[in-house]
Ligand binder design. Structure first.
Ligand SMILES: Nc1ncnc2c1ncn2[C@@H]1O[C@H](COP(=O)(O)OP(=O)(O)OP(=O)(O)O)[C@@H](O)[C@H]1O
Ligand SMILES: [Mg+2]
Length: 291
């Protein structure tokens, strides 16, 4: 079990800033999504949580302990990489056992633990098979088995389903979520796929150009996007955005668009500048009574 607090986290690579100043909290047991387009800093953020990359500044707390400058070996987490790398010369059992054997666990205990994990993942029948002949999905399960066998308090997954075709990807996504719900370990999951994030996540951080644009529950982000980037990035088909000029005061509940008054959720800050009107396709309906 683990709660992870990220505070003003920043990462520079030379003159380039990959992560600007991220702050968010991942609660114990959550399935947490890091979402954003390619190059926005998702992997860099995850690697800092893992301890594979040290931050330029800022703090990371795991269960209250500040770990930002500690190496990966001193953090109780398992990293599941984008490309599931299995040891090709070992069979399934040896692949899953590996982390326990290298920890020096007695072999009877290793056997019991590996059987339990294989049962959870539905791959008991494969244990003595070579990994070379396995299907893509079974390879994913073996790699997952290797990650969960240590009972880490937290899983970090970097686009674990990225290499799969769409149908199988959806199936594995459901399996991963079900596995999480059975085990209850905090999971941080990187994706650039907003649908995957919306469907799988308890909470989402939306990043763009190294900046956290929004952090919250999927439905709240969908209903109350904090920026036009989030409004455009979340939702399929995308939100319609229309730029216009109007003067509105604090607390206004309508705007004028081409002489037509349109009700909007409360406007928190008055403005007389350029405005953007956003409406989701499913909230539009055609009405032939209007002039
Ligand atoms: N070791 C490094 N040295 C220099 N620049 C780096 C390094 N690692 C990452 N970057 C840069 O930092 C930015 C963020 O990279 P990162 O890998 O975190 O993005 P990402 O959101 O995971 O993207 P993707 O969806 O393509 O995996 C990119 O512009 C990348 O080129
Ligand atoms: Mg990445």
């Amino acid at each position: 079990m683990a709660q992870i607090i990220i505070k003003n986290l920043r990462k520079e690579f030379g003159a380039f800033t990959a992560v600007q100043s991220s702050s968010f909290t991942i609660e114990d047991g959550e399935f947490f999504m890091l979402l954003g387009p390619s190059g926005c800093g998702k992997t860099t953020t995850l690697r800092m949580i893992a301890g594979l990359e040290l931050p330029t500044s800022g703090e990371i707390y795991i269960d209250g302990a500040e770990v930002s400058q500690k190496p990966a070996s001193q953090r109780d987490i398992a990293f599941v990489f984008q490309m599931f790398a299995l040891y090709p010369h070992m069979n399934v059992r040896k692949n899953i056992s590996y982390p326990l054997v290298s920890q020096g666990m007695p072999s009877a205990q290793v056997r019991a633990k590996v059987s339990e994990v294989a049962g959870i993942l539905g791959i008991t029948a494969l244990l003595d098979k070579p990994v070379s002949g396995l299907s893509g999905g079974d390879r994913q399960r073996v790699a997952l088995g290797r990650a969960i066998v240590r009972d880490p308090s937290c899983f970090l997954m970097d686009e674990p389903l990225g290499a799969l075709d769409a149908e199988f990807r959806e199936h594995m996504a459901l399996e991963l979520r079900a596995l999480h719900d059975r085990m209850g370990a905090t999971t941080v999951y990187v994706t650039h796929d907003q649908l995957e994030a919306m469907q799988m996540g308890d909470k989402i951080v939306v990043m763009n150009h190294g900046v956290v644009e929004q952090f919250g529950k999927p439905q709240d982000i969908y209903d109350w996007p904090a920026t036009t980037f989030v409004a455009k990035f979340i939702g399929s088909p995308a939100m319609n955005l229309l730029e216009f000029n109007d003067m509105v005061g604090n607390g206004a509940t309508s705007v004028r668009l081409h002489e037509t008054a349109i009700e909007v959720p409360e406007i928190l800050t008055g403005t007389n500048g350029n405005l953007t009107f956003g409406v989701r396709p499913e909230h539009l309906h055609l009405d032939d009574t209007a002039g």
